[in-house]
Design a protein around this ligand. Structure first.
Ligand code: SF4
Length: 171
């Protein structure tokens, strides 16, 4: 099935990202407050269709998720824990790390306000930051191919799907 084929490419890319994340988490463990029950950065993110379908395919019991009080809350946060942790999207995986993006030919650094409180920005170097542009570019390209091969979905290349809508995507 063509959707499954693309999802397996997506998972390979996600596995590569996870290796990079692990390397950086080990490097920065003394400066990071991220812990199992921290949900400071959890919200109803907009994600690309390829990610939404990858998450949707993992559900065995869609009724386990109840509506949140506000549209901003993520439906998968249950008792302060991510109930789809292994399958969470890229944006959730990278939160908390020092992340670098290129904007208008300049690099911009993003870090969680709770982490690196005693480390000056000058100590961040290309070796100790996560460069997301390469991963994002690969993800966007994969998403475009996924949508090209699945026109029955009727989705545009720039469509974002709210994480909370993953539970209804395959129904
Ligand atoms: S998918 Fe998981 S990690 Fe991402 S916002 Fe929801 S609960 Fe948090």
């Amino acid at each position: 099935m063509i959707i499954k084929e693309f999802i397996s490419h997506y998972i390979s890319l996600r596995n590569r990202l996870d290796l990079d994340i692990k390397r950086l988490e080990n490097m920065h463990s003394s400066h990071m407050q991220c812990s199992k029950a921290c949900y400071h950065c959890c919200m109803n993110f907009g994600i690309l269709p390829i990610e939404a379908f990858a998450i949707a395919q993992t559900f065995s019991n869609k009724t386990a998720f109840t509506k949140t009080e506000t549209n901003e809350q993520c439906i998968f946060l249950i008792h302060n824990l991510c109930s789809i942790y292994e399958h969470r999207p890229f944006i959730c995986r990278t939160q908390g790390l020092p992340i670098v993006y290129e904007v208008d030919n300049q690099y911009q650094l993003s870090v969680c306000e709770r982490n690196f409180t005693s480390q000056p920005d000058s100590l961040f170097t290309p070796d100790n930051c996560l460069f997301m542009d390469d991963y994002n570019n690969e993800l966007y390209a994969l998403n475009i191919e996924f949508l090209k091969h699945n026109p029955q979905l009727g989705l545009q290349y720039d469509t974002l799907i709210q994480v909370n809508n993953c539970i209804t995507i395959l129904s």
